[in-house]
Design a protein around this ligand. Structure first.
Ligand code: HPA
Length: 276
């Protein structure tokens, strides 16, 4: 774990690197999950900066993720889009996974839209559904806020009783209806992965109140809340979780579903950027 001071110095260095290259500083952050990469094409007056070129940034390894920050305008709003995220299962520390959120914070971002691919646990869901995250369970066994608290970034014991902003969720439901998307809501549970869960684990996760399961999002959402951001989270149910249907799970199915609903997902996020 890196020291408090080291982390602050790194953040300040990244901030000045980005401020020199970006014309308008972002107000809203967007994290693109699997299949949503095309959202980046909508960004106007684009400045793209590869993670590998940003000082102190981890680099992305997962298939289907480009690994860059895209700055610019969507629907007149100044945004920073993360095309590709860092997963805990890749071996990054929680501080590394959430480093981009801290970078957003020091650039002045006050709101975050976070998306992901997830396995459906609630049997009312189907592969291809877009589900608004109303709350989460952190079962990753780690926390990005562990260690010395960076008091200039947020409080030691942050409140998470509205980790996913209620007003934004209500607006998102209205927007979904306008777009003909059946608006669902659910509790997202984050596990560390990288294996998909066992059927017994899925029965357990359902019992403790989870509607969908995934391997991301929760660290970023914890850091964003700590940093005082409003958060909206959306899961694309790419598959039903293990043991729910009499079939095996594979990454190809996850990517295919994400691809299939990609267009609808992109329009939804575009409309959200305008409205939130
Ligand atoms: N489990 C965990 N993470 C996932 C899944 C799943 O079934 N589908 C997509 N991401």
């Amino acid at each position: 774990m890196i020291s408090e001071q080291e982390y602050s110095v790194k953040l300040a260095e990244v901030r000045s690197y980005l401020v020199e290259r970006v014309t308008v500083l972002p107000e809203l952050g967007v994290i693109l999950g699997s299949g949503l990469g095309a959202f980046a094409d909508l960004v106007e007056e684009k400045v793209m900066i590869a993670y590998k070129d940003i000082p102190h940034f981890p680099t992305s390894t997962v298939e289907g993720h480009a690994g860059q920050l895209v700055f610019g305008k969507v629907q007149g709003r100044s945004v920073v889009v993360m095309q590709g995220r860092f997963h805990y299962y890749e071996g990054y520390t929680m501080q590394e996974v959430t480093f981009p959120i801290r970078v957003m914070q020091v650039l002045g971002v006050t709101g975050l839209i976070v998306t992901n691919a997830a396995g459906g646990i609630n049997s009312a869901f189907q592969a291809g559904n877009l589900v608004l995250i109303k709350d989460h369970l952190n079962l990753m066994g780690d926390n990005p806020l562990r260690g010395a608290n960076l008091a200039n970034l947020g409080p030691r014991f942050p409140d998470l009783s509205e980790g996913y902003n209620l007003e934004w969720r209500q607006k998102a439901i209205e927007i979904a209806k306008e777009l003909g998307i059946n608006p669902q809501e659910g509790v997202y549970v984050a596990v560390s992965g990288p294996n998909y869960e066992t059927p017994a684990e899925i029965r357990y996760l359902r019992t403790i109140g989870a509607d969908m399961v995934g391997m991301s999002t929760v660290p970023e959402v914890i850091a964003a809340n700590h940093g005082g951001m409003r958060v909206l989270g959306i899961s694309c149910v790419t598959n039903m979780a293990a043991g729910i249907l009499p079939q095996k799970l594979n990454h190809a199915e996850v990517m295919e579903t994400a691809e299939r609903v990609g267009k609808q997902f992109v329009s939804f996020v575009q409309a959200l950027v305008r409205a939130l």
